[in-house]
Design a protein around this ligand. Structure first.
Ligand code: ADP
Ligand code: ADP
Length: 223
């Protein structure tokens, strides 16, 4: 169980966005994908969700192939893209019902996720009336709505102010107790705050893959 990535490659023209990458993630791990802009983080995450087709290699999620069994793997994965687009004119519940294709008997799941991501005090509002931090909570609610085993978060605190960052990290920390998480970021403090393992990516290659404690040691040596 978990995610197994083998010799994954993706090129854009001559640009090697992913250069034969291999690693595994065990069920329940919270893994940070750290790297500068252009490192290949988004390409890697979109390959795992099935949004882009790699040029080579294989991705398995709980033994299912993302390429050959996309219906099975998509059910297992929740995704929060960077700059997640939201419908500003919709009420929160209306939006979650819409994106989740929620049937009446599953309505209570909406209340459950609203509570889980801390939307309760704002839950009567339209999305456009929310602060950026609360908008991001809607994104997280959407990502966990179908109760996926795996949650993939692309730069989840980008563009938020310092208080909102701490609040969103707290929500992610709680969700991370129950799920396998891959979190992409270019911010070291974010992986320190949330992840037990760090995969450092640069120019489409894995530079290091280590437990957070070891990584912090290496990082300090670089300073
Ligand atoms: P990151 O998420 O780490 O910033 P990306 O996966 O977005 O990195 O990009 C990896 C490399 O692939 C970069 O050099 C980027 O310019 C290139 N790239 C990504 N998407 C495209 C695209 N749709 N067309 C052309 N080049 C792309
Ligand atoms: P803030 O959350 O501080 O208001 P945003 O960048 O989220 O800042 O949005 C600023 C304004 O831009 C919103 O109030 C809205 O009118 C508009 N806007 C931004 N993104 C969208 C979108 N995806 N759909 C509709 N309107 C948007």
């Amino acid at each position: 169980m978990g995610i197994v990535i083998s010799s994954l490659s993706k090129n854009y023209g001559n640009q090697k966005a992913l250069d034969s990458i291999s690693f595994s993630i065990k069920s329940g791990e919270v893994v940070g994908l750290l790297g500068p802009n252009g490192a290949g983080k988004s390409t890697l995450m979109k390959s795992v969700t099935g949004a882009i087709i790699p040029d080579g290699g294989e991705i398995k999620v709980n033994e299912f192939s993302v390429l050959n069994q996309p219906i099975q793997t998509k059910k297992l994965i929740g995704f929060l893209p960077e700059n997640n687009p939201l419908y500003y004119e919709m009420y929160i519940r209306e939006y979650l019902k819409f994106v989740g294709n929620i049937r009446n008997e599953k309505k209570e799941r909406i209340e459950e996720v609203i509570k889980k991501v801390g939307l309760t005090p704002e839950s009567h509002k339209k999305i456009g009336q929310l602060s950026k931090g609360y908008k991001q909570r809607v994104g997280l609610a959407q990502a966990i709505l179908s109760n996926p085993e795996i949650l993939i978060l692309d730069e989840p605190t980008n563009g938020l102010d310092p208080n909102q960052i701490l609040e969103i990290r707290e929500v992610i920390r709680e969700i991370g107790k129950e799920k396998t998480v891959i979190l992409s970021t270019h911010i070291m403090q974010e992986v320190e705050a949330l992840c037990s393992r760090v995969i450092l990516l640069n120019k489409g290659k894995i530079v290091s893959d280590s437990p957070i404690e070891e990584f912090k040691g290496q990082y300090k040596n670089l300073e």
